[in-house]
Design a protein around this ligand. Sequence first.
Ligand code: PEP
Ligand code: MN
Length: 352
Amino acid sequence: MIVVMKIGSPEAEINRINEELSNWGLTPEKIIGKHKVVIGLVGETVDLQPEQIQEVSPWIEQVLRVEQPYKRASRQYRQGEATNVLISTPNGQVAIGENQPLVIVAGPCSVENEQMIVETALRVKAAGAHFLRGGAYKPRTSPYAFQGHGESALELLAAARKVSGLGIITEVMDAVDLDKIVEVADVVQVGARNMQNFSLLKKVGAQPKPVLLKRGMAATIEDWLMAAEYVLAAGNPNVILCERGIRTFDREFTRNTLDLSVVPVLRKLTHLPIMIDPSHGTGWSEFVPSMAMAAIAAGTDSLMIEVHPNPKKALSDGPQSLTPERFDKLMQELSVIGKAVGRWPQSAVALV
Ligand code: PEP
Ligand code: MN
């Protein structure tokens, strides 16, 4: 349920209501919106009537039931307001959200060595990217495929962060690595294969860095939002949803089917920011530019593009990786669409 407070409600009264509702065994959460304060209520609310809560204070404007199973992730929970996820990077704060300029994330699938990660960082930064994304721990279908360099790759990401000033995004596969990853990463990625690893979701929800939650390859939109709910319920409000393609029947020409319809659908259902990953979504570098442009036209808040200095030699996902030159050209192409929708950044840094 959500309790909408009247404009100008005294803080002491809001705190008193919170206390009273806690005594009822509920978990009230104060949400400060642009115009109003809302108290979100999660817990055993099925037997409660909105009128009972309404009686607690004359400052309560209305009490609404959140019908969706995902409560905190629902658009209604924030009274229709979008969440901006604010991320601190060496270059300043970057905001990802519905009313913000587009944020571009780029980098190789795997961190292979210092030279390649630093070179990629500098190249994508020069082209206008805001984040470097590279995997230290890689979820591979085959146990014989390159698994990532692990902890030593985290050090290389830290070096690339220092040299470029870009924020770092990297994936956690196993909770035992989380503390080390959190030290280096500005955003922690949970990959498609772990989207429903609920114990991992609880743990990333209990650490302070924003979480990039990729859609499972066979996950419905509701599964995905419920996965986000785990992170939110564990206390981390900063979740970004990343569509990376789902499994359909064609595997001959595309690796996955990039479901761009999630952009308007998520916009309706949730306040959380949206990222589109056309690299995993298509599996082929030649298809990435058109789908990146389409994603901007559809209204995405951010893009994730795989870039490798020498895709032919990449240890993972070479066929879908752009060269730095192609990425540079793509950024110019994207700026045309980005400007047309009023979201092309001079800089996405320090907007708030
Ligand atoms: C990746 O981002 O490199 C990756 C493994 O992605 P996904 O989890 O979407 O397959
Ligand atoms: Mn990859």
